[in-house]
Design a protein around this ligand. Sequence first.
Ligand SMILES: [Zn+2]
Length: 301
Amino acid sequence: MALLQSITTHTAYIPGANNLGVILTGDGGAIAIDTGIDKETGRMVRRALDESGFRLRAIISTHHHADHIGGNDYLVRNLPDIVVYAPRLEAPFIEHPLLEPIYLALGASPPTALRTKWLMAKGVPVHHLIDSNRVEIAGVTLDIIALPGHSLGQIGVAFDGVCFAADGFFGPEVLAKHGIPYAHDVAAQLQSLDRLARRGEQWFVPGHGNVITRDDLNATLQINRHAIEQATSTIRDALAEPGNTLTVARRVQRAMGLSITGLPQYAIFVSAVSAHLSHLEALGAAMLTLTDEGPVWSSRS
Ligand SMILES: [Zn+2]
């Protein structure tokens, strides 16, 4: 089976743990939407386009998470004249991937365990910042959809009846495996689901999960909304007794029955719990106070 799977005349994708989007420019050129976790996925993008006779012209990185930008370095080094596009707020992290383990390490120089390819790709220069709802690349005009929440400035890309939604939503089978859909800003994440619900494309490609049609979109977004709200609710319940962030995280982990197998996964989990705590604070349902034991979260309702 060919690596590159056609969706519509001018769109395709490379299915995998991370679906990689491809836009065909009509003159033999191609634009990659995300490049996977590492050099191998970068190489796969190159091979997929080679075997179908397309030439990579540009990369759009939807957000800075390592599993979306890990192939950038290989492609930029090995294919001439590729230009990299990224949202303005994501670009610094794409150029300097050490920033991700830094923020997961409370701003400190990160410990070795967080300097892994799962959290830290190789950086590339971003040539063009995306900060509007349209971008013209290699002669084609793409719709840009703001999908912040999962990450600070994540975008989706729509073209020729296909919406590449990155981690704006997850396949239900992926959600079932993870306790909390990773969030940076929960309110923004919920609003981004609403923004996706208003799209009229025929096909929707999540970063992780199966490609779905417009007919299945609302039900899928509803499952995502439910998973996010369920996480908020579990974290609210974990505040029945006051506790610091790590104590709350431990209660949530137990309540959800999550087995966390490594320090990178733990750091991401605590970060997501923290996003929900900030969300509860913004809703007036939680507060953070400094005590003799350090900062402690408590319920306000
Ligand atoms: Zn992500």
